[in-house]
Design a protein around this ligand. Structure first.
Ligand code: SAH
Length: 390
């Protein structure tokens, strides 16, 4: 029978775990463990053991299943095996890129843990109170698996507050520089681990960038360019690329990255994408390639409607800017916008555009960010490649 340090979950909580989703919400914890945040055994209401999980006393997500084997021991060796397994899964990605996600949280059986590799450095995010209790084992396991020169914690993520954790950026081991040069399918760029978005770069679009680099030609437009990563790939085959962003700082970094690659065919434009696309349409500008990779327009479930209208507007205009035979790569990284809603929005935009457009490919996030079917939260990027037929 469970002792007082164990968690007892409701039938609904147990059902969720058995169906492959590692979260148990606070309302499904019938017996709260008499324990500080950390690893606890989990039982159902009949006293049947369900495995071991991370206990976060203050979080809405009270338990996160680590291992469904009741006999498991969650110690340093356990973390070493989990992290080595995740790393082995990235073997193919590591051949093309020196920056990639080593641990994608729940998708790699390490709930609330993110670890991104930038060449010889690691950037981590421990995003639950339960996980924080395992910090030293995790750091040791990362060191054992990769021997990094330094490990940085980007703990400035707002979700940490919901766990009762502080928001800081701190070095956990070694030293971590402010800029790290990385290579992605032959394109070089500088990642900014201390200050850049996410953990320093958008690694999740890597394979879509490489794809667009392969398909690029003629005149290309990269809206929402950030550090220019799509633009740099496009510039390899396109005659000319326009890289647009509303942030001057992002564009300055993009220009540095262009220099790093010896790319002289990129023009940087600081503007609001909505304004730019509208005036480009009015002046009948045409592009062979258009990339739309905006920030998440829907930050909450309540804003999905407004977000879809925003996506529809930029996509409609992007479609109208295409030369016959031109290609649009379009994406949404809003968690709350489903793939079905995204594709519906595209169909509506296509209907409004007055153009005949073919859906060439439905795309998602890079393979080092696996989207587990039973855990929808592991997937957030919806992407599509669309071709203007005439
Ligand atoms: N495509 C990039 C990531 C884009 S992140 C990559 O693969 O790395 C989103 C970018 O959109 C940020 O750089 C932000 O400054 C920019 N942005 C946000 N709102 C914008 C707007 N209304 N117009 C133009 N750029 C915008």
């Amino acid at each position: 029978m469970p002792d007082t340090a164990a968690a007892v979950v409701s039938p609904r909580g147990a059902h969720r775990l058995v169906r492959g989703h590692p979260w148990v919400f606070r309302s499904d914890v019938d017996g709260r463990p008499d324990a500080a945040a950390g690893v606890v055994p989990i039982y159902d209401g009949h006293g049947r053991p369900l495995g071991w999980g991370l206990w976060s006393p203050r979080s809405e997500i009270a338990l996160r299943l680590l291992d469904s084997a009741p006999g498991a021991r969650i110690d340093g060796a356990w973390w070493m095996t989990r992290i080595a397994t995740a790393l082995a899964r990235r073997e193919a990605v590591s051949r093309d890129s020196s920056a990639y996600r080593v641990v994608h949280g729940e998708a790699d059986g390490c709930p609330s843990l993110v670890c991104d590799r930038y060449d010889r450095w690691l950037v981590v995010q421990l995003m639950s109170a339960g996980l924080e209790a395992c910090r030293s084992d995790i750091v040791a396991a990362l060191q054992d698996a990769m021997q990094p020169l330094g490990i940085l914690a980007r703990h400035d993520a707002a979700v940490r507050r919901k766990e009762g954790l502080d928001e800081t950026v701190e070095v956990l081991a070694g030293d971590v520089p402010t800029e790290i040069e990385i290579v992605e399918h032959g394109v070089r760029y500088l990642a900014a681990p201390w200050s850049g978005q996410k953990t320093g770069a958008f690694l999740d679009q890597r394979e879509n960038r490489a794809l667009m680099g392969e398909l690029a030609r003629g005149r290309a437009l990269d809206c929402f360019s950030y550090h220019g990563s799509f633009a740099l790939h496009l510039a390899r085959r396109a005659a000319h690329v326009t890289a647009l962003d509303s942030s001057a700082a992002a564009l300055a970094r993009a220009a540095d990255n262009a220099t790093l690659n010896g790319a002289t065919n990129i023009t940087f434009v600081e503007d609001d994408a909505f304004t730019y696309l509208k005036s480009a349409e009015r002046s009948r500008a045409r592009f062979d390639i258009v990339v739309l990779d905006p920030p998440a327009f829907a930050k909450t479930r309540a804003s999905v409607g407004a977000a879809l209208r925003g996506y529809q507007e930029i996509n409609l205009r992007g479609m109208r800017l295409l030369e016959p035979g031109g290609l649009l790569y379009t994406a949404s990284c809003s968690h709350h916008v489903s793939r079905a809603a995204f594709l519906d929005m595209l169909a509506t935009a296509a209907g409004d555009s007055g153009r005949r457009l073919a859906l060439r490919r439905v795309l998602g996030q890079a393979s080092d960010h696996p989207e587990v079917l039973s855990i929808p939260e592991t997937g957030y990027i919806k992407g599509a490649l669309v071709e203007a037929l005439d």
